[in-house]
Design a protein around this ligand. Sequence first.
Ligand code: AMP
Length: 218
Amino acid sequence: MRKYVIMGIQGSGKGTQAKLLADDLNLEHISVGDLFRWNVQHRTKLGAQVKRIIAAGHLVDDDLVESVVRRRLDDHDWNFGFIVDGFPRNARQAEFFLESYDIDGVIDLHLPDEEVARRVLARRLCSQCGLDYNLIAHRPAVADTCDVCGGRLIARADDNPEALAVRLQAYHEQTRPLIEIFQRKEFVATIDATLSVAEVQAAVRQRFALPPLSAPQA
Ligand code: AMP
């Protein structure tokens, strides 16, 4: 059983790296942002509660986030473990999480601020199948069209300069300081996220003594 938290500034590749690890090691990838976006897209009651908050780049209320995380982990569908992405994001969430769950380590992806805006504003996702694209590193063959399903590519509602500024402020003020809290109790592996997807994945695996990925990604 492996239990990890993946942290890092916006655009550092948390989701991409978490998915690679999860697919290979049979871990549940628990992305709080993805859970919220699913609810917004499917117009659920929860989606209606968080839609505007997310689009403006603000953090969702702690009680609501905690109940979503608790419910998700209470499903106990993670026989081989989990990797939590986008949580915890402030001291209160960290306290709740560390009181309730033992973790094996924290993956901390480090990306300089200058690179963040460049990556985030180029990010697109398929409106049908959800596949991620990036107009710098992973362009679709046909503009605005998903290579796999032909769906229309869209930007996330919060990937715009105004919401990004709010998200970066929350990251620096509330989320980044958590690394120190984690360092007191857990193994934290800080990895240079300017490297390629395959290099970052290899570094994560090396730091956690995991076998190399058999089919490396570009
Ligand atoms: P992400 O996909 O991780 O960038 O999350 C997208 C948005 O979902 C964030 O900007 C917040 O509005 C909300 N969100 C995700 N995780 C959390 C969290 N742990 N606490 C509060 N809000 C969150």
